[in-house]
Design a protein around this ligand. Structure first.
Ligand code: PHE
Length: 459
């Protein structure tokens, strides 16, 4: 299609999509969710969801994007199903709300980079003081959003692809290095055991839906981010194979992040259930133990690369509303980028205030029948990640099988994957979309909404 940016190579697409997937979700959120979800059990459920459910939905999203050559909000209309545009628009809304808080956490990461480079390893014990200093964290998060906006305003190949291609491989290198270091520390075995040996008595609906939300979030699924990236993909690229690589890269990095963090957590005697603070409390002390030169060097690099990983994700989140304005409202890219950026910043202010600074946003909401109030950021995660992303995946599966029809999906997936049609993988993908996704996602959605927001437990 004329005037539409395209990824210039297969690797470019994979790097950008994997860049979207790999981010704070893998290295900040995944470990603390594992910690709160009881360790290895969470890991196992997460892995099952990623491969059994998410991978089929992931390649479906990419196919919808490539076929329609339109971003999430417009794709369904373009394929001829106007009634389904609500799904794309819901995705854009999720993208905006997720980015509004994601960007705040990215600001913290960037702030930690600055502190570590200054040699301030004590910052690990000062997380609370750090997040309540909202002027400082505010500036960091504005800076972060400005970086994102600048890259997204450059368009597809120049900005997004280039940044991802360079940064992703370096990040994997440094995490591997830290995993090796983790194994040399005393008591690291206890961390590995916690992470890899499941305790089935911890099984609960909460663990299941948290793992589900995490698998969608981590793979950037359920909100059309990959429809949008797919729309920039050339025909004849192998979606089935690229999708598998993206899934493996994302899951692999999350797995490594856990393998790195838990030995560190147990070595330092930190509570693995510490929540969102976990990596911020854990990592500075580890860098300190490397001595000041290596600590500053490796620690600085770690937080810098984590900032970049976050950046390749914020880019894809910002691309959602931007592509909506460009494709649907025919705005110029630059205007779309800056307007979206401003809205997202404003929507992020409560997240900035809700980590100790303002009592109102820190104790923002108490769900029906519970007694502990949740902060604003947790609330946004509960609604937009744990509830709406799986719902988006559910609707995408229904759309693909019953509306678009499996013949169209399979023919799109086969374009570039010669032996796909009729293969066992084909049978499996369709089975998953047709039966597993609606049943599992539908059931978990209903149980979760009832239990989480209304304290009605059925299971
Ligand atoms: N997958 C990203 C991460 O793990 C977050 C993200 C979610 C990005 C949804 C785009 C869309 O950090």
């Amino acid at each position: 299609m004329a005037n539409r940016g395209h990824f210039s190579s297969k690797f470019g697409f994979i790097a950008a999509a994997a860049g979207s997937a790999v981010g704070l979700g893998n290295i900040w959120k995944f470990p603390f969710e594992v910690g709160q979800g009881g360790g290895a059990l969470f890991l196992i459920i997460y892995l099952i969801f990623c491969f059994v459910l998410c991978y089929p939905i992931l390649i479906t999203e990419i196919s919808i994007g490539r076929k329609s050559e339109k971003s999430a909000a417009v794709a369904f209309d373009q394929l001829g199903y106007k009634k389904w545009t609500f799904l794309g628009k819901l995705g854009v809304l999720c993208g905006v709300m997720i980015l509004s808080f994601y960007n705040v956490v990215a600001g913290w990461v960037f702030g930690y980079f600055v502190e570590i480079v200054k040699g301030n390893f004590d910052i690990g014990n000062e997380f609370g003081a750090f997040t309540t200093n909202i002027w400082r964290t505010g500036i960091y998060s504005i800076a972060f959003l400005v970086f994102t906006t600048i890259i997204v305003s450059q368009g597809i190949t120049k900005g997004i692809e280039k940044a991802s291609k360079i940064l992703m491989p370096v990040l994997i290198g440094i995490i591997l290095l830290l995993v090796f270091y983790a194994f040399t520390l005393p008591n690291s075995g206890a961390g590995v055991e916690y992470y890899l040996v499941p305790d089935f008595s911890k099984l609960s609906l909460q663990v299941v839906y948290k793992a589900l939300g995490q698998s969608f979030f981590s793979l950037s699924l359920g909100l059309g981010a990959l429809i949008t990236y797919g729309s920039y993909l050339e025909r004849h690229e192998n979606i089935v194979f690229s999708g598998a690589l993206i899934t493996l890269a994302d899951v692999g990095i999350a797995f490594l992040a856990g393998l790195m963090i838990f030995p560190f957590v147990f070595y330092q005697g930190i509570d693995p259930e510490g929540g969102a603070a976990l990596i911020f409390q854990t990592m500075p002390g580890i860098f300190e133990s490397m001595g000041s030169f290596w600590g500053i060097f490796i620690g600085g690099l770690f937080f810098l690369l984590l900032s970049f990983a976050a950046l390749t994700s914020t880019i894809s989140l910002l691309e959602l509303p931007v592509a909506y304005f460009v494709d649907q409202k025919k705005w110029k890219r630059k205007r779309a980028v800056w307007v979206s950026g401003l809205i997202i910043f404003l929507l992020g202010v409560p997240s900035l205030l809700g980590n100790g600074y303002s009592a109102f946003f820190t104790e923002f909401i108490t769900y029906f029948g519970t007694d502990s109030p949740r902060d604003y950021m947790t609330f946004i995660g509960d609604v937009f990640i744990d509830t709406l992303l799986p719902l988006g995946g559910f609707l995408t599966a229904i759309f693909a099988i019953h509306v678009w029809k499996k013949g169209n999906l399979v023919s799109e997936l086969s374009d570039g994957a010669d032996n796909f049609a009729g293969s066992w993988l084909n049978t499996y993908i369709i089975f998953s979309l047709k039966y597993i996704a609606p049943v599992i996602l539908g059931a978990i959605f209903i149980f979760t909404v009832l239990e989480k927001f209304f304290s009605i437990s059925i299971l």
